[in-house]
Structures are given as structure tokens and as C-alpha cells.
Design a protein around this ligand. Structure first.
Ligand SMILES: Cc1cc2nc3c(=O)[nH]c(=O)nc-3n(C[C@H](O)[C@H](O)[C@H](O)COP(=O)(O)OP(=O)(O)OC[C@H]3O[C@@H](n4cnc5c(N)ncnc54)[C@H](O)[C@@H]3O)c2cc1C
Length: 423
């Protein structure tokens, strides 16, 4: 194992200790690679994004986190249900329709606790976690990343040389911002406002931990996610111009939208809001390049589309795992070129493309899950595969063909209309 010093590069330096960075670093440390992880916040810290999907199971198992999750107070999630704007329930999509055994279940997680679990696991696996330490900049020699400068707490900075730099900085997207790679997603201009309530109505039995999606008119929607201590996470997603009006105050807008949503306001009849409302004006973005010589991006640092299918944590964990395997092979071969480090990305982005197509369909008034289910009953399992995250390395072409018959496919991601963004 290389030990980090000013002269000797560490094998891998990871910027960001969220689920993507923690998963990647854990798997590399388990393979005996020296790994420094820089996290600017002190954990536990607040984070949005609480609903897991079942296809995280294998990665959580490989990380050794399943016993902790099973022993936790996190509600178990077996299904997702969509409720129409008039308040009519559709039958839930149970994950056990396509997955047998306990792999069909997953959890609704309080992120402060889940992320701490992941980072503690990294420390226990031998990762050198430095916290709170903010990465200032990735240093490049030509196009090759050679390490990271960090604030040293005394008003200056230190340099950590590394054979591979991993950007897991979440929405900060450090390398993307530094190198002008971060791009708006055409046609996906959604924003979100959310908060927490105690005492919201819960269903019974197997449905108690479900995610409920309440549709509102004009193709907006609410998530309703049960969490521990009788708390429920409630958030609205809709066009940015619609949600972020001139008042720029989150609470009145959220209250207005809850009141407009029949099914949701019934669930919150006896509930009390706990904590402030949060808002995010631009949800979707991606990077035109996710790996280069000596560097790779994982999780939200690479891109984020939309919370509708709760795929963010799945993609964070999946990209962390796939990138870790590529980095391991690259280090053994002493070849940390873009081609080797980013070998996983084509397959992953083909899977993300399936999710992207279903996101656009969701916001298309011509589409509804009920209609799709009725018109293409033989595609129900493929639809559930999307909802559980089973889309990577799969041939989903007949599902996408059927989807195209109901909702036209969006323009390709890498279009000339895309504009580089600066956040
Ligand atoms: C409104 C909304 C709702 C969502 N709902 C869901 C959901 O229900 N289910 C789901 O799966 N996903 C959801 N997501 C997505 C989910 O939150 C993210 O996909 C997930 O957190 C990505 O994990 P990550 O590890 O890539 O990034 P993060 O969890 O953001 O971690 C990045 C870490 O990097 C650290 N960092 C940043 N800059 C630096 C720096 N310079 N130096 C050191 N450290 C740094 C940060 O402090 C942070 O801890 C939602 C997202 C939004 C916006």
C-alpha cells in the first residue's frame, strides 16, 4: 500500500464522502489500494434523497451494509404507487412482481444516518477519511489529473498527489465546473420544494413503507416518503418558472400546492410540519465527459436527471462500484488512461438513457402508467424493471419501442443546443 506524502502519490484520492464516494473508496480499500477521501462537511449532515430502490441490494451486500440496514429503524419499502390528480389510487407496483426473495425489498433512509453508515464503513475498511477537509481544486498536468489541493486549516493549502482522482462531490461537480463540462439537460427544466411532517397518515401492512407519488395538474407531482419517528418527507417537483415565482418564498408555494393536491392534503390532515422548507431551482444537469486521464466522476458529480423514479442513490452506488472495479484494474495494469477508467460509463449511460426516456414520458400529457399498462400488458415487467433500477446491461429495446408509441423520444442528450452551466 502506498502511503500518502508530498512526493509519493496515493493510489486514489476521492473528493466527497456521500454514498458514491464512500462506496467507491470502500471497495478500493478492500482491494488494498491506498485511498484518501476528502469530505468538507462534518457527519452526520443533512441531505435530501431518501428513497432507495431494490437494485441497490447487491452493492449494499458487497459493501457489507445489509446487516446494519436490517437492524435500522428505516421503513422497509416494497412498492411504489401513483395517485392521479383527482385522488384516484392506482394499484401499487410491488417489486416482488419481478424479484423473488428479500432482494425485492429496500429502505426509506434518513440520509444523515445512512450516509454516516456508509462513511463509517469506509473508515472501517481502511480508507483514510479526512473530515472536515474541503478540496479546493483538482490539479492537471496537460489533460492528466495529478492530485488535489486542499485547505489546510491554517489559511493555506496542501497538495495530495494521486494516481487517480475521483470526483464524487455531488451537485458541486468539481471537475465538471473546473473544466466547463457541466451541461443543462434539454427540455428538463424542473425544480423542487420540500419539507418534513410528523403524524402524516400511513398505510398498513406491506404498504406502510411505500413511496406514494401524488400527481398534480400540469405534470407536477409530490413524493410522500415515510421515514423513522413518524416523520414523512414531502416534496413537490414541477416546472421551475411555475414553482419559483417572484416571492421566492418556499413555504407559501408548498402550502398552496399541498392544498391543491386532494389525496396528499388528506394524508396530512393531522400532521405538523417539522423543520424548514428547502428548495432547488435547477434539478437536472450532466457532464459531457465523465472520465479522463487520471480522473473519473461518480454519482451526482457526473449528472442528475430527476427524482421521479428515486434512481439517484442507485446510480451513486452503481457508478461507485463500477468505477471502483475499473480503477482497480487500471492500477494493476499501471494504465490510468481515460479509456480504462471510464470503461464502465457506456454501459451505465445506456441504462441511464432508459430511465431518461421514462422521465420524459412521465412529463408528457399523452402518457400515463395506467394507459401504458393497459395498452402494453406484456411490458409491465419491463416497467417494473425500470422502477427497481434493473436497467444496466439490459436489452430494453422492445420496452423503449412501446414507450415511443405513446410518447415521442426526446432529442439525444449530447445535442448542440446544450449550454454549459456554471454551478
Ligand atoms: C429534490 C431531490 C429529491 C431526491 N430524491 C431522491 C430519492 O428519493 N431517492 C434517491 O435515490 N435519490 C434522490 N435524490 C438524489 C440523491 O440525493 C443523490 O443522487 C445522491 O445524494 C447522490 O449521492 P452522491 O454521493 O453522488 O452525492 P452527495 O450525496 O451529494 O455527496 C457529495 C459529498 O461531497 C461533499 N463535497 C462537495 N464538495 C466538496 C469539496 N470541495 N471537498 C470535499 N467534499 C466535498 C459534500 O459535502 C457531500 O457530502 C434526490 C435529489 C433531489 C435534488
Amino acid at each position: 500500500m502506498n502511503s500518502p506524502s508530498a512526493e509519493t502519490p496515493v493510489d486514489v484520492v476521492v473528493i466527497g464522502g456521500g454514498p458514491a464516494g464512500a462506496a467507491l473508496a470502500t471497495l478500493l480499500a478492500k482491494q488494498q489500494h491506498s485511498c484518501v477521501l476528502l469530505e468538507s462537511a462534518t457527519f452526520p449532515r443533512y441531505h435530501i434523497g431518501e428513497s432507495l430502490i431494490p437494485h441497490t441490494y447487491a452493492t449494499l451486500d458487497r459493501l457489507g451494509l445489509l446487516p446494519k440496514l436490517k437492524a435500522s429503524a428505516f421503513p422497509v419499502k416494497h412498492s411504489v404507487r401513483f395517485v392521479s390528480p383527482s385522488g384516484t389510487d392506482t394499484a401499487p407496483f410491488y417489486f416482488s412482481e419481478t424479484i423473488s426473495g428479500e432482494r425485492a425489498l429496500t429502505w426509506q433512509v434518513e440520509r444523515s444516518e445512512f450516509d454516516r453508515m456508509c462513511l463509517d464503513n469506509a473508515i472501517e475498511s481502511g480508507v483514510d477519511v479526512r473530515q472536515p477537509v474541503r478540496a479546493q481544486e483538482v490539479r492537471f498536468e496537460g489533460d492528466r489529473a495529478v492530485g488535489v489541493t486542499v485547505e489546510n486549516g491554517e489559511g493555506g493549502s496542501d497538495f495530495i498527489p494521486a494516481r487517480v482522482v475521483v470526483d464524487a462531490s455531488g451537485r458541486v461537480s468539481m471537475i465538471g465546473s473546473q473544466r466547463g463540462l457541466k451541461i443543462d439537460v434539454p427540455g428538463l427544466n424542473k425544480a423542487s420544494i420540500w419539507t418534513y411532517f410528523r403524524g402524516g397518515r400511513r398505510r398498513e401492512g406491506i404498504d406502510e413503507g411505500e413511496t406514494t407519488v401524488f400527481m398534480i395538474p400540469e405534470r407536477g407531482w409530490f413524493w410522500y416518503i415515510p421515514l423513522p419517528d413518524d416523520v414523512v418527507s414531502v416534496g413537490v417537483v414541477a416546472d421551475a418558472e411555475y414553482l419559483f415565482d417572484e416571492t421566492k418564498k418556499f413555504d407559501p408555494t408548498l402550502e398552496r400546492e399541498i392544498n391543491r393536491c386532494v389525496g396528499l392534503s388528506e394524508c396530512l390532515e393531522d400532521a405538523v410540519q417539522v423543520g424548514p422548507a428547502h428548495g432547488l431551482r435547477r434539478l437536472a444537469y450532466y457532464n459531457t465527459q465523465v472520465a479522463g486521464d487520471g480522473w473519473v466522476m461518480v454519482g451526482d458529480a457526473a449528472g442528475f436527471l430527476d427524482p421521479i423514479y428515486s434512481s439517484g442513490l442507485f446510480l451513486a452506488l452503481a457508478s461507485g462500484e463500477l468505477a471502483a472495479d475499473c480503477i482497480h484494474e487500471a492500477l494493476l495494469a499501471n494504465d490510468t488512461s481515460a479509456g480504462r477508467l471510464g470503461k464502465f460509463s457506456d454501459t451505465l449511460w445506456e441504462g441511464i438513457e432508459v430511465i431518461r426516456r421514462l422521465i420524459y414520458a412521465f412529463y408528457d400529457p399523452a402518457f400515463s402508467f395506467h394507459k401504458f399498462d393497459e395498452q402494453f400488458p406484456d411490458q409491465r415487467n419491463a416497467l417494473i424493471d425500470c422502477l427497481v433500477g434493473d436497467v444496466v446491461g439490459r436489452d430494453m429495446s422492445s420496452f423503449l419501442d412501446c414507450l415511443a408509441r405513446m410518447s415521442p423520444p426526446p432529442a439525444p442528450l449530447f445535442s448542440e443546443d446544450s449550454e454549459v452551466v456554471n454551478t
